[in-house]
Design a protein around this ligand. Structure first.
Ligand code: HEC
Length: 125
């Protein structure tokens, strides 16, 4: 009986750990911290870096973060567009396909990683 209890506890621990590892939002947060935070901040009201603050990016019009000096290419591409998951996916795959001449020198070629990054960005509201 004691053995059984131990086994159940161990199983619960193992599945719990596996779940934490696979949580796309947690993984996305890690990827975002490692890959975007050198240039971007993510908290509400945090200052812009080399890139604009990304709090609330999903649902925000392109190139609309106040106080950030966007490139001409970025401003030209804005034209009333709003960031959604699909546009962010295209952006992270190849920023130049969304805003030719923009100044962000980063891309993420791995679709699964892009999806995790976007899952995390979705939580920033
Ligand atoms: C080397 C610096 C750098 C890195 C790394 C970087 N960015 Fe950027 N990002 C920029 C710059 C600079 C701009 C503004 C581009 C412009 O004005 O042309 C930008 C713009 C953006 C925008 C458009 C914001 C708006 O207000 O319209 C999004 C979205 C974005 N970045 C997401 C990301 C994500 C997500 C990552 C990580 C996966 C990332 N960036 C990594 C520099 C960077």
């Amino acid at each position: 009986m004691i053995r059984m209890t131990k086994l159940v506890a161990m199983l619960a621990f193992v599945t719990g750990a596996a779940h934490a590892q696979q949580d796309p939002v947690e993984l996305g947060k890690k990827l975002t911290t490692n890959n975007c935070a050198v240039c971007h901040t993510f908290g509400k009201g945090e200052p812009n870096g080399q890139g604009p603050n990304l709090f609330g990016i999903i649902g925000r019009p392109l190139a609309s973060e106040s106080g950030f000096k966007y490139s001409a290419g970025m401003k030209a591409a804005a034209t009333g567009k709003v960031w959604d998951e699909k546009l962010l996916d295209a952006w992270l795959t190849d920023t130049q396909s969304v805003a030719p001449g923009n100044a962000m020198t980063y891309f993420e070629g791995d679709e699964a990683r892009r999806q995790k990054i976007i899952a995390y960005l979705r939580t920033l509201h």
